[in-house]
Design a protein around this ligand. Structure first.
Ligand code: 5AD
Ligand code: SF4
Length: 479
């Protein structure tokens, strides 16, 4: 599609909440609206259209949406008084789960679009514009266009291929949706059933991004390691085979994938961490709890031992493997002894990073109806204890890097002038002083200091072109 030469440039501001899938989707929405004349605006004030791409995973994330929409309604009022307008769209999982409620609670909203309907945004924008043209003067009501259908055909076939890369790193969606139905989680309801994109589509998108400057590709999916896509030869591949195919793309130095489920961590994928040098030695593998009773009640489909075995196998395959995880405390019925099991598992594994959450009852999920909800004060205390341990592990892990030279992919400018910010193979943020021309490149950096969630380093002069992970020594993970 080419842009009509007469199309007036319009500003588009997208506010993204939640996971990397939403970050990817926001970029796809910008791509699909570009032919309509929409270009990125840096603030809502400068925009003709604002999209709030929402997250429904925990209560706090959902509630933010309504306060943000209140602010946007006020902005819309100001703009209309000045003879201008603002199209307000709500996308993402809150849109999917509570579309009609959003329209009712915030009438200034023009468009509600679910995660499987983004390719129909241009049509929705046109309908919203028509509704605005026939609006009574003085009313603040939005256009009320809602699309939360799950299409029969996957949206990917209708979305333009991404073409812009910033900082040498890009996401490629490989898989979407979830059939696991963990009893606490809204994703199977908001994102729909598991779907794997065909291998050829993923590889073609990755090739395009590498040609546009990506040195690193992160494959995305709610259950990315459950990916099983149609292969070019007519067979069905699993993720390990897809990674091997991506590793053949010339110029692609780093491959990552997220998020994975312990049940789908097969032997081939573990072996890929040994055999594919471009596959980074870092894995985000949510465990959620260290207690078998709780894992069972969560419907995770595996026990504590299965997770610990996977960790052993991953470390046997790749000794410098760094692991991160997600943990929920205060799941209904979680006892002190169950929580102790979680703390023991964390001590046993030694995580390089982690996300930990207080259980949040989500409407419509089985766990929300379970008896023995854990009191808020107990959930708070457990979260504090867990975060203290995880923070300590992260600091210890970061400290193991001091004095080592590691390859860093510089992705953006740092906060201080002349400073660059990048990522180590183990996904740590690394700051170093350097020329902005190094953005998007992998550069050897000697680590001089470790902090709670980042590292500081000095660029090793004369070795700017290095792309080898092997340059770094294996790191011992603090237990
Ligand atoms: N309450 C708390 N945390 C949750 N997560 C998902 N649903 C809930 C919930 N209802 C967490 C899980 C998941 C991460 C993305 O969010 O740990 O892995
Ligand atoms: Fe949610 Fe469980 Fe699916 Fe992850 S695997 S998206 S936690 S239902």
């Amino acid at each position: 599609m080419t842009e009509a030469p007469t199309a007036r440039k319009k500003g588009l501001f997208i506010r993204t909440y939640g996971c990397q899938m939403n970050v990817y989707d926001s970029e796809r929405m910008a791509d699909v609206l570009r032919p309509l004349g929409y270009a990125p605006a840096s603030t809502p004030d400068d925009a003709d259209m604002v999209i709030v791409n929402t997250c429904h995973i925990r209560e706090k994330a959902s509630e933010k949406v309504f306060s943000e929409l209140g602010r946007l309604r006020d902005l819309k009022t100001q703009k209309r008084q000045a003879g201008d307008d603002l199209v307000i769209a709500v996308a993402g999982c809150v849109a999917q789960a509570e579309g009609a409620e959003i329209m009712r609670r915030q009438p200034a909203v023009d468009i509600v679009v679910g995660p499987q309907a983004y390719h129909r945004l241009p049509e929705m924008v046109a309908r919203a514009a028509r509704a605005a043209a026939s609006r009574r003067p003085g009313t603040m009501k939005g256009a009320g266009v809602l699309d939360t259908e799950f299409p029969i055909e996957p949206k990917f076939d209708h979305l333009p291929a991404p073409t812009t890369v910033s900082g040498g790193s890009a996401f490629v969606s490989a898989q979407e949706g979830c059939d696991k139905f963990c009893t606490f989680c809204v994703v199977p309801y908001t994102r729909g059933a598991e779907y794997s994109r065909p291998a050829a589509a993923v590889i073609a998108e990755a090739r395009g991004l590498v040609a546009a400057g990506a040195r690193e590709i992160t494959l995305l999916g709610q259950n990315v390691n459950a990916w099983h896509g149609a292969a070019p030869d007519g067979s069905t591949w699993t993720l390990a085979r897809l990674i091997a195919a991506l590793a053949e793309i010339e110029g692609l130095a780093r491959i990552r994938y997220t998020t994975s489920h312990p049940r789908d961590m097969d032997a081939a994928l573990i072996a890929a961490h040994r055999d594919v040098p471009a596959l980074m030695p870092y894995l985000h593998l949510p465990v959620q709890s260290g207690a078998d009773r709780v894992l069972e009640a969560m419907n995770r489909g595996h026990g504590r031992d299965h997770y610990l075995r996977l960790v052993d196998q991953l470390r046997a395959a790749r000794p410098d493997m760094a692991l991160s995880t997600d943990i929920i405390v205060g799941f209904p019925g979680e006892t002190d002894s169950d929580f102790d099991d979680t703390m023991r598992l964390v001590r046993e594994v030694g995580f390089a990073a982690a996300f930990s959450f207080k259980y949040s009852a989500r409407p419509g999920t089985p766990a929300a109806m379970m008896a023995r909800q854990v009191p808020e004060a107990v959930r708070d205390a457990r979260l504090q204890a867990l975060q203290a341990l995880l923070g300590e592990q992260q600091r210890r892990f970061n400290a193991t890097l001091v004095g080592h030279t590691v390859p860093v992919l510089f992705q953006e400018s740092g906060r201080k002038p002349g400073q660059l910010l990048g990522k180590s193979p183990w996904l740590q943020s690394v700051h170093a002083d350097g020329d902005a021309r190094l953005l998007g490149q992998i550069v050897d950096v000697r680590i001089v200091a470790a902090h709670a969630v980042s590292l500081s380093g000095e660029i090793v002069v004369g070795d700017f072109a290095s792309t080898r992970t092997a340059a770094a020594k294996p790191i011992e993970v603090a237990a």
